[in-house]
Design a protein around this ligand. Structure first.
Ligand code: ATP
Ligand code: ATP
Ligand code: MG
Ligand code: MG
Length: 875
């Protein structure tokens, strides 16, 4: 078996609009195509032995054991591999279970599709599943454990930490979109101008002064002391000579610690005499120059969490520890503790296993033991310096037990230190009593406190502490964090429609970011060039904090490679579907192509609009999958589909009596006469009207006035700057050059309708074959060209995309000659030379039509010719 490619979907995709995280592996079964599971002796038994838990896979049977039944009856290896990939992820602690295996369109080749939780793990699972299946086929031993451990490690490296993860999950549950901004925990919630950011539990609204204060123990203590908050009485010294008087002033028992330490480094607690103090002083000196000597507070560690100045949770924390039994070694005791089924690797379960690292060894040595020493009965040995859950500590939720005086104290502290998310560490023997009664004190204030101990305490009630964070960042209830997103797909007219809608939105005051197959624009600035119709470009716009209106051209390529770059849009437009790109990426029929493009309307939010072309059956059909409102456009106001929607009061746009007209129900609002819209070239370019119709619906739905629409339509002129390469007509003294990007049969036919309307003595076409299209499509391009032009120049220098020059030229020629066997054809491979040749031979009134796929080059050449003409140098 051979893996051809592995792609990871990250957004709505061809396989599922709802399930975004899918691995799509193209797998060639090779010889195994002839060996379904029931034809391989012992295969089913070996599979069941290796994965008894697969019994729970229902598969198409819909009952437990269903998948095993399929294996016994006989199923192909692609399907088995899909189930193995799911099962090993589940075994590695990532429970996931969506899968599909379908033919790729070639004998023995399959798309194996399965869900993942972390992309790197999913990709790993794909490869591992193939290897495991091969071992099962050939009855070889296979040790699963190294795979499972590797997958756990990959998960820990990739997945968001529990605090960040909880906020993201809460945001998602409210429909707030998000984007991860780096490999770590920096995330954006919401889009464009309406985004907020978080980095673990620090937000874009966290005061930087607050963070700085919290990180400085001296300043924090000073401010708290000034505000009559109980803190341990203390002193700061840097020389040994001051130690004795300092100890006497603070009073024993005391704590000595470095001033800017963390993770408990250099801290000695419960010091009762000067001798010990001296030793502790030197230990602390190793970490920092200045040393805190402070009163030792007895009691237990508590963490009180304050969000938006309200205490939302509190936990009592105990660092990882063991208790001696007088028989077992420390190592054995740790092993015993780790047997607790609640303990897992990293953040997989509610508790983390205790590891014996260098720090633990130092702590054990400091206590006068080794890992193989037997710990006396009843002795408690702390193994880590902090009570963090991630180092094996435990936490008990005590939110409801905190005394109101302590609650108001910590809420006040959050304002004194000025932190929107604030963790206050308190040492006290009883948190249900005011600190004044217990002699407890505030030890520290933390910015960016961890949430895990509150989300998943070892004992007590779990608290949704992410909710108040999201409440604070997005107080508005509906559309929180969103900006309007208009997504456009179809075979032809995407770029033109995207540009037109962007122009209308800009004219009515929005700050628009838009993607096209020519590049990404933020307002009027082109910031990226190239084909920018995939998810990365969409994210580029949605990340841009200056953008408050997004228009995204979404092409088939990106959708098949990784899915859409957003989960939902407000408006989804499908211009048309016709044969193009067939035979690529396992999409072989026009119906499959329509299903790819149909993803867009299905992602429209319920209150949004799917805008569909009523003149195109495949597009009209897409209405069945939508959960939003439907709007339709048509070149024929009597189209029964239009009439039906109008009767229901829906929104439609039609071309009627020469007008571009918007209808709400049966009421007509005539926007403009088509011939007065520059984009239509005096009404001659009918296909441009088709692009204008969905644009006016979009504008109307977004509340843009008819006056603003008119003003925008009047100022959107087909030209090298506003619609580069789309119907750019250049008038020379003797002849005209029309530059257009038509590159498939439907595009050519649309263009023909326009060129037919142009007066000319002779029409010369410069055309090229397209390498990644099927032979029949190239023949068809040739055939349409044959009907359009009196003479044809075939050029073929750029973008061969997998075919040879000769092959492409032949495909076009075949198409042309089949229609008109004696059509004049000249082959000039270089586009540059082809144009110059056409210009040189152009007689009075010739129309040269250049179908170019490298628009900037062609535009430059035309500019050059214009300059030559101005200087009288053009022959
Ligand atoms: P971390 O990075 O884990 O917050 P740190 O280096 O900032 O640690 P502190 O938070 O000041 O150090 O102290 C660590 C632990 O030492 C506290 O949780 C507490 O258990 C103990 N401790 C510190 N100061 C005192 C004190 N005055 N009285 C009693 N225990 C103390
Ligand atoms: P691509 O898939 O290459 O990005 P696109 O869908 O973005 O193409 P445009 O760039 O807007 O389409 O137009 C490309 C060409 O298709 C135009 O130059 C024109 O010849 C033709 N075309 C544009 N709009 C339509 C339409 N509504 N129907 C048919 N053909 C069209
Ligand atoms: Mg601390
Ligand atoms: Mg385009």
């Amino acid at each position: 078996m051979k893996i051809r490619e592995i792609n990871a979907m990250r957004g709505p995709n061809y396989w599922s609009v709802r399930r975004h995280k899918l691995i799509v592996m193209v797998l060639d079964l090779e010889a195994m195509e002839d060996y379904p599971s029931n034809k391989i002796p012992g295969f089913g038994d070996r599979l069941k032995e290796m994965f008894p838990s697969m019994y729970s896979h229902r598969c198409s049977k819909g009952c437990k054991g269903g998948f095993f039944m399929r294996v016994d009856e006989g199923t192909w290896m692609g399907h088995v591999i899909e189930h193995i990939a799911l099962e090993i992820q589940t075994m590695a602690g990532m429970d996931t279970g969506f899968g599909r295996t379908r033919g790729y369109g070639e004998e023995g080749v399959y798309n194996v599709v399965f869900s993942y939780m972390e992309e790197s793990v999913g990709r790993y699972a794909a490869k591992a599943a193939v290897a495991i299946c091969e071992a099962l086929i050939s009855a070889k031993d296979y040790d699963l454990d190294p795979d499972l451990q590797r997958m756990r490690e990959l998960r820990e490296a990739e997945r968001l930490g529990p605090s960040t993860g909880s906020i993201i999950e809460e945001a998602e549950s409210r429909g707030i979109p998000w984007i991860r901004l780096n490999k770590y925990s920096l995330c954006q919630l919401g889009y464009g101008a309406n985004q907020k950011r978080i980095q673990a539990t620090v937000t874009s609204e966290t005061s930087s002064i607050g963070v700085e204060l919290a990180c400085d123990k001296e300043d924090t203590k000073y401010l708290l002391e000034q505000a009559e908050v109980a803190v341990p009485r203390g002193d700061i010294i840097s020389r040994e000579s001051s130690l004795e008087s300092s100890c006497n002033y603070v009073g024993y028992p005391l704590v000595i610690k470095p001033i800017d330490g963390n993770h408990g480094r250099g801290i000695t607690v419960d010091i009762n005499n000067y001798e010990d103090a001296l030793e502790a002083f030197h230990a602390a000196k190793e970490v920092s120059r200045r040393i805190i000597v402070e009163r030792y507070i007895t009691g237990e560690d508590h963490r009180l969490l304050v969000i938006n100045n309200v205490m939302v949770a509190a936990a009592k924390r105990t660092p990882a520890h063991v208790i001696g039994d007088g028989k077992s070694t420390i190592e054995e005791l740790i092993f015993e503790v780790n047997k607790d089924p609640r303990r897992g690797y990293g953040h997989e379960k509610e508790l983390t296993v205790i590891t014996i690292n260098d720090l633990t060894k130092t702590i054990i040595a400091d206590a006068g033991y080794k890992v193989d020493s037997v710990l006396p009965d009843g002795e408690k040995l702390i193994l880590k310096d902090t009570a963090n859950l991630s180092t094996g500590g435990t936490a008990e939720d005590i939110t409801d037990r905190v005394h109101p005086a302590n609650v108001s104290m910590v809420e006040r502290i959050s304002k004194i230190i000025d932190l929107d998310i604030c963790g206050v560490d308190i040492m006290t023997s009883d948190i249900s009593q005011p600190l004044s009664e217990t002699g407890g004190a505030v030890l520290e204030v933390n910015a960016g406190p961890g949430f895990r101990m509150h989300l998943a305490p070892t004992t007590g009630l779990p608290r949704n502490v992410a909710a108040p964070v999201v409440d604070k960042l997005f107080p508005q209830k509906s559309n929180a964090g969103r900006i309007p997103i208009v997504a456009i797909t179809g075979t032809n007219g995407k770029t033109t429609t995207s540009r037109l809608i962007s122009h209308i939105a800009k004219m009515s005051g929005y700050r628009v970011g838009y993607t096209t197959s020519d590049g990404v624009y933020i307002q009027n600035r082109l910031l990226m060039t190239g084909d920018c119709t995939g998810p990365t470009s969409a994210e580029f716009v949605l990340k841009d904090p200056t953008v408050n209106f997004a228009v995204l051209e979404c092409a088939r390529g990106g959708l098949l490679r990784a899915g859409l770059g957003f989960s939902n849009c407000d408006i989804g437009i499908v211009t048309n579907v016709s044969a193009d790109h067939l035979g690529l990426k396992g999409i072989n029929t026009i119906e499959q192509l329509a299903r790819v493009k149909g993803v867009i309307p299905e992602t429209v939010l319920p209150e949004g609009y799917a805008i569909l072309n009523a003149d195109d059956d495949l597009v009209y059909d897409m209405r069945k999958g939508i959960t939003s409102n439907l709007a339709l456009f048509s070149m024929d106001e009597n189209n029964p589909r239009i009439r039906a929607l109008q009767r229901k009061g829906g929104i439609t746009a039609v071309y009627e009596n020469g007008y571009v007209t918007l209808c709400r129900g049966t009421w007509k609002m005539r926007i403009m006469k088509a011939e007065n819209i520059p984009l239509t070239y005096g009404g001659k370019a009918k296909f441009m009207i088709q692009n204008i119709l969905p644009a006016v619906i979009t504008a109307n739905v977004k509340g843009i006035s008819i006056e603003d629409m008119k003003a925008a339509l009047e100022t959107f002129v087909p030209s090298a700057s506003q619609t580069p390469g789309r119907l750019n007509l250049f008038k020379f003294e003797k002849f005209q050059i029309l530059l257009d990007y038509a590159h498939n049969p439907a595009g050519m036919r649309a263009l023909k309708k326009f060129t037919d309307e142009i007066d000319s003595n002779l029409k010369v076409g410069i055309v090229a074959g397209i390498g990644d299209r099927r032979e029949e499509d190239n023949n068809e391009i040739g055939a349409v060209a044959a009907e359009m032009f009196d003479e044809i120049i075939i050029r073929q220098d750029k973008h061969l995309r997998g075919k040879t020059e000769e092959e492409l030229i032949k495909m076009l020629k075949d198409g042309i000659l089949k229609k008109f066997p004696d059509k004049k054809i000249t082959v000039i491979p270089s586009e540059d030379e082809a144009i110059r040749y056409a210009v040189k031979n152009a007689g009075e009134g010739t129309l040269i039509v250049l179908c170019s796929d490298v628009v900037p080059d062609a535009l430059n050449l035309v500019k050059e010719l214009k300059e030559q003409e101005a200087k009288g140098e053009l022959i």
